[in-house]
Design a protein around this ligand. Structure first.
Ligand SMILES: *Cc1c(COP(=O)(O)O)cnc(C)c1O
Length: 495
């Protein structure tokens, strides 16, 4: 199967090339030229498999240039018992007769980014080998929180790679900071940047696009690469859990094969929900995809009106991983809904760049309406949702998941749709202890990892082991640098 750029269909690459390059030279994103269909009888077959086997089956449909033996090895390493605290990997938990939570936070960093970032290092290092690349790969990441830690865990001690993560000194939670600065592994480095997330991200982008530095690093055997969510190697592993959840719902007797289900997804960069869309296009019986936003509701407005407009206030919320104004993966959806029209897609992206706004054609809007609904929740609503689910069901959820559950409830009230629905649960409540404590009526008395013990005793819900382990940890990486020093830091790291 070949991959094409969303801005230029005549640019064809293999899956290994798409994964190694991340972004196409024309600025577009790589997508499969034709989406594969689930073969007849696939759901029956997949139901009999464990999560890792399901991942091999689904990913193989997209990765012609990888062997089943390779993918089996990768999934065993990525989703094994060292990293995941349940053999189900992505378990489905029932709340009531029509509401289920797909828990994607049983991995090493307790957020759904693990589902992709545990796999990406294997896909990427295999890709460079397949492409005849002899340089080693250095991953640079600017992070506002979850991605940095998940990428560190994924790449730590992976042969032929190094990873360096930059985070804004005052822009991440205490727990997120300690998660990163206590990272183990011989090939990792973590650095605070004096500034905000934008400062860190802009500087890292400048490093990527510095031809002299690239040339210099290349001579010493290093290729710079990124682990951000536009890479096809991050999107693909996410398709698996939609299909896996559907299989589990049949096995638990909650649906029959062929029944439609809804998925409601807390959305930031549009990667997670796009994977659900691809699962549907492959033939999974998905009825509707409900896109949930927090107060940064640019996507809710887009889905409801057909106008994408990033010219709006930016809010800091209690669901920070969704505090985003430009959702990069939306480009892939536009390409697909337009019938793979690369020039139309490129046109929207150019308008977005120039004016911060674009309006989709009637044709795309109507295709969008056929599948997507959207709703948003502000912080107060989010906390109320956490409180109610905890009181009524003794189910403790994190702030991002609560945005989605709240959005699902709004959707149900608006439409009367009673379809069995799956809320995609993207983080452990223990990653956002302070907000969750407040939501269940407690006043946080501590800061940092002590909050974990506090939430445990207030809720009676056990905290995941990797977060509990933070309580005794000290930082390994304590440097903080000015923006101008980052380039030198990268040079030194690769000496
Ligand atoms: C990244 C993230 C999201 C948003 O996912 P996208 O793929 O960017 O839409 C939601 N919740 C959590 C906890 C996240 O870390």
């Amino acid at each position: 199967m070949r991959y094409v750029s969303t801005r230029n269909k005549s640019e064809h690459v293999s899956s290994a090339q798409a994964i190694e390059r991340g972004l196409s030279v024309d600025g577009g994103l790589f997508v499969p030229e034709v989406l594969p269909r689930l073969p007849k009888g696939a759901i029956g077959e997949l139901r009999g498999m464990n999560y890792r086997q399901r991942a091999v089956y689904v990913m193989k449909l997209f990765l012609e240039d990888y062997t089943v033996a390779e993918l089996t090895d990768f999934t065993n390493r990525a989703y094994g018992p060292e990293g995941f605290d349940t053999p189900k990997v992505a378990p489905v938990r029932k709340l009531d007769h029509r509401t289920h939570f797909l828990e994607l936070w049983h991995g090493p960093t307790c957020a759904f980014k693990d589902m992709a970032l545990q796999m990406l290092p294997y896909l990427l290092t295999a890709a460079t080998a397949k492409n005849g690349e002899t340089r080693k790969v250095c991953i640079l990441v600017a992070t506002s929180g979850d991605t940095g830690k998940a990428a560190l865990e994924g790449f730590a001690d992976v042969e032929g790679t190094k990873i360096m993560v930059f985070y804004p000194r005052d822009g991440v939670s205490d727990i997120q900071k300690l998660q990163m600065t206590s990272q183990e592994g011989s090939n990792v480095a973590v650095c605070a940047v004096n500034g905000n997330f934008d400062d860190a991200q802009t500087t890292v982008k400048e490093i990527f696009s510095d031809p002299e530095l690239r040339e210099e690093l290349s001579k010493s055997g290093w290729l710079l690469s990124s682990a951000n969510s536009i890479n096809w190697g991050r999107l693909l592993p996410q398709i698996v859990y939609y299909i896996s959840a559907y299989c589990d719902l049949i096995s638990s007797g909650d649906i029959s094969e062929g029944d439609g289900v809804n998925f409601c997804v807390p959305t930031g960069n549009f990667g997670d929900i796009l994977a659900g869309y691809y699962a549907m296009k492959m033939g999974l019986p998905v009825k509707r995809l409900i896109c949930a936003s927090n107060k940064n509701d640019v996507l809710t407005s887009f889905i409801n009106t057909g106008v994408y407009d990033r010219n709006r206030d930016f809010y800091t919320t209690i669901s920070p991983s969704m505090d985003i104004l430009v959702s990069s993966n939306l480009e892939r959806l536009l390409f697909d809904l337009s019938g793979s029209d690369d020039s139309e897609t490129a046109g929207y992206m150019e308008k977005l760049r120039q004016t911060g706004r674009y309006e989709i054609s009637d044709k795309i809007k109507s295709a969008l309406d056929d599948v997507f609904s959207a709703a948003s929740c502000d912080d107060e609503e989010t906390k109320a949702v956490i409180m109610r689910a905890f009181k009524e069901h003794e189910y403790l959820m994190d702030t991002h998941t609560a945005v989605a559950y709240g959005a699902l409830e709004k959707y149900r009230r608006a439409t009367g749709d009673e379809t069995v629905s799956v809320v995609v649960s993207t983080a452990s409540p223990y990653k956002f202890c302070a907000a969750v404590l407040e939501a269940i009526g407690e006043t946080p008395a501590h800061t940092g990892p002590e909050l974990i013990a506090e939430l445990e005793s207030a809720s009676g819900v056990p905290a995941p082991a990797p977060l509990k382990a933070l309580m005794g940890k000290t930082a390994r990486f304590t440097r903080s640098l000015d923006k101008t020093e980052l380039k030198g830091e990268v040079r030194d790291f690769l000496k």
